[in-house]
Design a binder for this molecule. Structure first.
Ligand SMILES: *Cc1c(COP(=O)(O)O)cnc(C)c1O
Length: 303
């Protein structure tokens, strides 16, 4: 039994028309917990339980925290999530609904995370939101499913926050013989930590983060994500917040599912025809999902 599900792989008629190629959606928005994160975090949580963990600790008020909370409920393991004061009422509510204990502490994620680490005893497992090989291994299963469904993509599009999704997708592609297939890595301009590191030729930390795509808000990508950009074809791309939000609303109309601007960053590459794909046969976009957006918050942003 796995905590994540096998998600649909759908051909998108509208996005295929716009881009002059077949565009395939891997609909991770359908995962329990609302995003791909349950793949890796579910795998990590099962691993920790098998090693005797009695409690899970997270400091994410976003989709990573939600995935930990869901995994804890399913595995019957108590979950504590420490979030900063800036965390929205909605996020706290969603975490509480999954049965997690939510502790509000500090002005920034850094302070919340410090408390999370200080609370951890030898009976606890701390779940990092992106920098953990157990997560990448779990995320990689989405590519196994795509290949099992008979699709061999000639380009893959993913959103990048801390780079855990990128690392997992690359791992899945590697183990399925797709190492030469380019990955287009989408970030919003205010959260472009991978773009910045690739440009600098070394891992750099953004002095500040900005914008609506809060699930992409890691000041620095993990080492593995940066290495991948040197080892295999990874093409860094940027979109504006407005493009990401408009892509979410277009996706909602076209495909009847609400996703976050973090996911809209990937979709915006396709809605905005920012890649020349017409010579390719099959393009795969990871519809990574996300639970923190509402129709109201998206429409308010572009009003
Ligand atoms: C976490 C998340 C991302 C970014 O994933 P990383 O592993 O941090 O790069 C993108 N979209 C959504 C919806 C997420 O929850």
């Amino acid at each position: 039994m796995s905590l994540s599900i096998k998600t649909p792989l759908l051909e998108s008629t509208p996005l295929s028309w716009i881009n002059g190629t077949k565009v395939w959606l891997k609909v991770e928005a359908m995962q329990p917990s609302g995003s791909f994160k349950i793949r890796g975090i579910g795998h990590a949580c099962e691993h920790h339980v098998s090693r005797g963990a009695k409690r899970f600790i997270s400091s994410s008020g976003g989709n990573a925290g939600l995935a930990v909370a869901y995994a804890g409920r399913r595995l019957d393991v108590p979950v504590v999530v420490i979030v900063p004061e800036t965390t929205s009422e909605r996020a706290r509510h969603l975490l509480g609904q999954e049965g997690a204990e939510v502790i509000v502490h500090g002005k920034s994620w850094f302070e919340a995370n410090e408390l999370a680490l200080s609370l951890k005893t030898s009976d606890d497992a701390y779940l990092h939101p992106f920098d953990d090989p157990l997560l990448w291994y779990g995320h990689a299963s989405m590519i196994d499913e795509v290949v099992t469904d008979g699709l061999c993509p000639d380009a893959v599009i993913v959103s990048v926050g801390g780079g855990g999704l990128l690392a997992g997708v690359a791992e899945g592609m590697q183990r399925n013989g797709l190492n030469d297939v380019p990955i287009y890595a989408a970030e919003t301009e205010g959260m472009a930590s991978l773009n910045a590191s690739i440009k600098a030729g070394r891992l750099v930390q953004l002095p500040k983060l900005s914008g609506v795509a809060t699930s992409l808000g890691a000041p620095q990508v993990c080492q593995r994500a940066f290495e991948l950009a040197r080892e295999r074809p990874v093409v860094p791309m940027q979109v504006t917040d407005r493009e990401a939000v408009e892509a979410c609303l277009a996706y909602l109309d076209d495909h009847r599912t609400l996703v976050e601007p973090a996911c809209g960053a990937s979709l915006a590459l396709l809605y905005g025809r920012k890649l020349s794909l017409s010579k390719l046969d099959n393009v795969l976009v990871i519809v990574c999902g996300g639970s923190t957006a509402t129709v109201e918050s998206l429409t308010r942003y572009i009003a």
